[in-house]
Ligand binder design. Structure first.
Ligand SMILES: Cc1cc2nc3c(=O)[nH]c(=O)nc-3n(C[C@H](O)[C@H](O)[C@H](O)COP(=O)(O)OP(=O)(O)OC[C@H]3O[C@@H](n4cnc5c(N)ncnc54)[C@H](O)[C@@H]3O)c2cc1C
Length: 491
């Protein structure tokens, strides 16, 4: 008889797990709290326009890329455009253009850091070499931690093929990025450190001093492998996965927040309750990032400290004809706030991450004369929870204005603004049920010493998404979904 699976949450991790399980004959029901699928890789409609809820750039979609190969297995395809100039990183004293082309990138490094260019190029070559090894390891689809003999086989497969590479990886497994910087005497080069911190905070939620070198090497070199803008947004990708689950006979129920989950020892089944579904399932996959009782999530981890403050705006398209005319524009910007700029942004963490998109109305049709801009910065949700209502309103307005003035450093924005609104961790809590977005930071502890498994300690209960191995981001969440589906089939 078909095994029944309930996936709680239609984020990328849950959708990927659901699609793989549906493809392998499981009877899948996805229960989603929000009105759309995708979670932090979804979309919402405001003022008749479509805005992304979080993710705007996708990775792993190049030919032979990890995400592409999983999507090929699932027979899912969607239009994506490769980015050759994905972003400019704006530091207080210089701007560095991130490029897909390795030669252009090397020239940019030389030009941007003339005093240390040789050391930086050597450092970057080493980083690329390490990331090649990490990618080869990831391509074997080995998941951590190793809990079953069969999983050991994935590592052995890699060890037999690449014995020297495995030894190299083992050598660097306890390194932070800063440890490697020290080898090239770069740890005190402030602007280079700011560049790496900006990229790492957005990708793996921590800075050079704590970032585990192995995953960080991939995060720092990923733009040379391929980054993509998805037509109609990353939410379109989530929607395609949801459609695939339904075409394979599964169900995706929106507006259906799960309120309780309990295990019946007698029946060996999980009873799940939500407004649109009260039923028993053989297996539960929790992608919600929320806890439904002891052992059902990783949300108690102390290193889960980050949330997002976001700003969504509609701009007059004239900005492209006026001040930006003739400029070679990137897809987005990472702007490191100036030290003497507003104290407000110093309370937040990391760079302001800004991207620009075609304006689409709620039916997905292009709106002429407009451009959508979305910006976000990391913030500690606790600071927002502790505010009174009045303090919250004032703080939100201050952070919004501080972000706008940071963006003004790259373009004269304010006169082109048609609409702007902001969201805080409380907004995320309200709409997708979690204030802490971005998962766990990829420190040495979380990556090597104690990676977080997709298996829980409960029978037939699995956890997927940015809080488990391999970590945050759409590509990693998708991988966690794949690992969970494989664990379910193997267990
Ligand atoms: C501002 C921002 C920008 C980002 N930019 C990028 C980027 O450019 N590229 C990139 O790769 N990554 C980016 N990320 C990270 C990426 O979006 C996430 O890591 C990834 O999408 C998380 O996926 P997930 O599977 O963990 O699920 P989530 O997206 O966390 O989804 C969880 C789902 O569970 C649902 N849920 C919650 N509670 C319940 C309940 N009780 N019952 C049912 N459903 C429930 C939620 O509504 C949600 O749909 C960004 C994140 C943010 C916040």
């Amino acid at each position: 008889m078909e095994k029944t699976v309930c996936v709680i949450g239609a984020g990328i991790g849950g959708l990927m797990a659901g699609a793989y399980l549906a493809k392998h004959g499981y009877k899948v029901t996805v229960l989603e709290k929000a009105t759309n699928v995708g979670g932090s890789a979804g979309w919402y409609v405001r003022k008749g326009r479509i805005f992304p809820t979080g993710a705007t750039i996708a990775f792993g979609l190049e030919e032979q890329g990890l995400l592409r190969s999983m999507l090929n297995e699932l027979q899912v395809d969607f239009p994506a455009e490769e980015l050759f100039h994905p972003m400019d990183v704006v530091l207080p004293d210089r701007t560095i253009s991130i490029s897909k082309d390795s030669n252009v990138w090397e020239e940019e490094l030389k030009k941007s850091f003339p005093e240390n260019s040789q050391e930086i190029l050597h450092f970057w070559n080493k980083l690329t070499q390490i990331s090649d090894n990490v990618l080869a390891f990831t391509e074997t689809r080995a998941a951590l931690p190793i809990e079953r003999i069969r999983e050991l086989m994935y590592i052995l497969k890699y060890a037999i093929k690449h014995p020297i590479l495995l030894m190299r990886l083992a050598r660097f497994s306890y390194y932070t990025v800063e440890d490697l910087m020290k080898k090239y005497k770069l740890e005190n080069v402030t602007s280079f450190r700011q560049l790496l911190n900006a990229q790492l905070l957005d990708a793996i939620q921590t800075d050079v001093s704590k970032a585990a070198l192995l995953p960080a090497s991939l995060a720092l070199t990923i733009y040379r492998r391929g980054s993509f803008s998805i037509q109609n947004g990353v939410g379109g990708f989530s929607k395609k996965l949801a459609d695939r689950i339904e075409s394979l006979g599964g169900k995706v129920l929106l507006n259906s927040p799960v309120s309780s989950v309990s295990y019946s020892m007698m029946e060996r089944q999980w009873d799940v309750h939500s407004p649109k579904c009260t039923a028993s399932f053989d297996i539960v996959v929790n992608n919600a990032g929320a806890s439904f009782g002891h052992g059902t999530s990783r949300t108690r981890d102390r290193d889960l400290h980050s949330g997002a403050f976001r700003l969504d705006a509609v701009l007059k398209e004239d900005i492209c004809q006026g001040p930006l005319k003739g400029k070679k524009l990137p897809f987005g910007y990472q702007i490191v706030p100036e030290p003497d700029n507003s104290k407000i942004l110093r309370e937040e963490e990391g760079p302001v991450y800004v991207t620009f998109h075609k304006s689409l109305n709620k039916d997905g049709e292009t709106v002429s004369g407009e451009v959508i801009m979305t910006a976000s910065i990391h913030t500690n949700p606790q600071r927002w929870f502790l505010c009174t209502k009045e303090e919250y309103i004032i703080k939100k307005e201050k952070v919004k204005n501080a972000i706008l003035s940071e963006i003004e450093r790259v373009m004269p924005l304010k006169e082109y603004l048609l609409y702007v609104d902001a969201g805080t961790p409380l907004t995320y809590q309200r709409f997708i049920g979690k204030a802490y977005v971005g998962g766990t930071s990829l420190t040495v502890k979380n990556t090597v010493l104690k990676p977080k498994s997709v298996r829980s300690s409960l029978p037939q209960f699995y956890i997927v998404g940015e809080q488990v191995f391999p970590g945050p981001g759409t590509l990693s969440s998708a991988l966690s979904g794949y690992y969970a589906s494989r664990a379910i089939m193997e267990d």
